[in-house]
Design a binder for this molecule. Structure first.
Ligand code: HSE
Length: 436
């Protein structure tokens, strides 16, 4: 049967992985897809690098438009990244009637609505399994495997760099800066690691998961994003003493009056499976009303894991490209005219539990004042721990775990606590999810 022809934009690590896996597993992939899938052309500014990756298996050009305008190319794979030139090229590929496969979470989290609408109008598919959690088929699972369910919530470790840093901080008792430098030395963290450590990369991925879980438009601008750069080793230690691990979680939840969409360091009971996901691994828990809680675990990055997701999309597009566009799987799981306008909630309206660490003068009445402030705002205490002052010191740490309450109540309580003369530093606030 006539092969389906693929053009790659970008020939870096993932492009190399796609070549390797497509070549190694060509026969099985073709048996699954119903016809061979072959890369016929690669566009890469650094032609010498691309020639090395390609090793004579296809043409190499330095102009992306030559791929997009090539009448022989059926599917364009965008592996450039970012939302500058990549956006322009994806829209041009769609306009040229090409199906698009992309690993670009930043592009889709910011411009997904425009891109999916353009694709819908032109009758082409934009597939993005590799954009979220690398090799874990989480898009397929949520969009298709769980399609019978009303999704209640989803929580994921969807950034390997930060999970590696948190694992090392806990294992070795080291500070954030030391472990970040180690992650950079090992090649896990980028030279500019801002998007990873500040939670932006996780929020891009979570925005896409939230859209397909709840049938809402992609709305990265409404996400609450807090990374791990201010997390202190002492809080990881205290959390451990209380039976919790701290993970950078992306959480999206259907609440009574809207959708929660948030990324932040989160305490999780250490007995939960997801609390034990260590190093660069990713994991996502999805709770559906019919199926209950389901867990997906695997590699969130790397050449072959990401290629695994890209090629799965190539097979999907190969199978479906002759189908009537109205009968394909919708980009965002729900039919485009059925997207919901339910709002994404501001962080002040989110409900969760909290870990608060306070440094106080160790004297009579301090604890009573603090518990009164919490009680006045209807914040119920779940656990309380006081760490005795170190020898020669007069200040103690108090750690409070609360039951579920609304973020705005905690904001008000923290302001009142920080105004007490006996509280000697800013309150450290972390969020806690029981995930049960
Ligand atoms: N930088 C990401 C991570 C991988 O650390 O998980 C690509 O999404």
């Amino acid at each position: 049967m006539k092969p389906i022809n693929v053009g790659l934009l970008g020939a870096g690590t993932v492009g190399g992985g796609v070549f390797t896996v497509l070549t190694r597993n060509a026969s099985e992939i073709s048996r699954r897809a119903g016809r061979p899938i072959q890369i016929t052309v690669v566009a890469e500014k650094n032609k010498a690098r691309a020639e090395e990756v390609v090793a004579g298996r296809c043409r190499v050009v330095d102009d992306a438009m030559a791929v997009i305008n090539d009448p022989e190319v059926d599917i364009v794979v965008e592996l450039i990244g970012g939302y500058g030139v990549a956006k322009e090229l994806v829209l041009k590929a769609i306009a040229a009637g090409k199906h698009v496969v992309t690993a670009n979470k930043a592009l889709l989290a910011l411009h997904g609505s425009e891109i999916f609408e353009a694709a819908q109008k032109r009758g082409v598919m934009v597939a993005f399994e590799a954009a979220v959690a690398g090799g874990i088929p989480i898009i397929k699972a949520v969009r298709e495997g769980l399609t019978a369910n009303r999704i209640e919530w989803l929580a994921g470790i969807i950034n390997g760099t930060t999970n590696f840093i948190l694992s090392e901080m806990r294992d070795k008792g080291l500070g954030f800066d030391t472990v970040l430098a180690e992650a950079q030395r090992l090649g896990y963290a980028e030279a500019d690691p801002t998007f990873d450590i500040e939670g932006v990369d996780a929020a891009h991925k979570l925005t896409l998961l939230s859209a397909i879980a709840f049938g809402i438009p992609v709305q990265f601008d409404k996400a609450y994003v807090e990374g791990i750069s201010k997390l202190e080793a002492i809080d990881i230690r205290y959390a451990g003493e209380l039976g919790y691990r701290i993970k950078l979680l992306g959480i999206t939840r259907r609440a009574a009056n809207g959708i929660e969409l948030r990324v932040h360091p989160t305490l999780i009971p250490e007995k939960r499976l997801i609390a034990n996901v260590e190093g660069v691994m990713n994991a996502v828990v999805v709770k559906g009303d019919a199926v209950g809680a389901t867990l997906y675990y695997g590699r969130g990055a790397g050449a072959e894991p990401t290629a695994s997701a890209v090629i799965a999309d190539l097979v999907d597009v190969t199978r479906l490209h002759t189908a009537d566009p109205e009968h394909r799987v919708p980009h965002l799981a729900f039919q485009p005219d059925q997207l919901s306008s339910v709002p994404v909630l501001p962080m002040s309206e989110v409900e969760t539990s909290y870990y608060l660490r306070l440094r106080v003068q160790d004297q009579a009445g301090v604890l009573a004042n603090i518990t009164r402030i919490l009680a006045d705002r209807n914040i119920s205490i779940d656990a309380l721990m006081q760490k005795e002052p170190a020898d020669g010191e007069v200040q103690a740490d108090i750690i409070v775990l609360t039951h579920v309450t609304r973020e705005c109540n905690v904001d008000a309580a923290i302001a009142a606590i920080e105004a007490l003369l006996t509280v000697t530093s800013k309150v450290t606030r972390l969020r806690l999810e029981n995930l049960n």
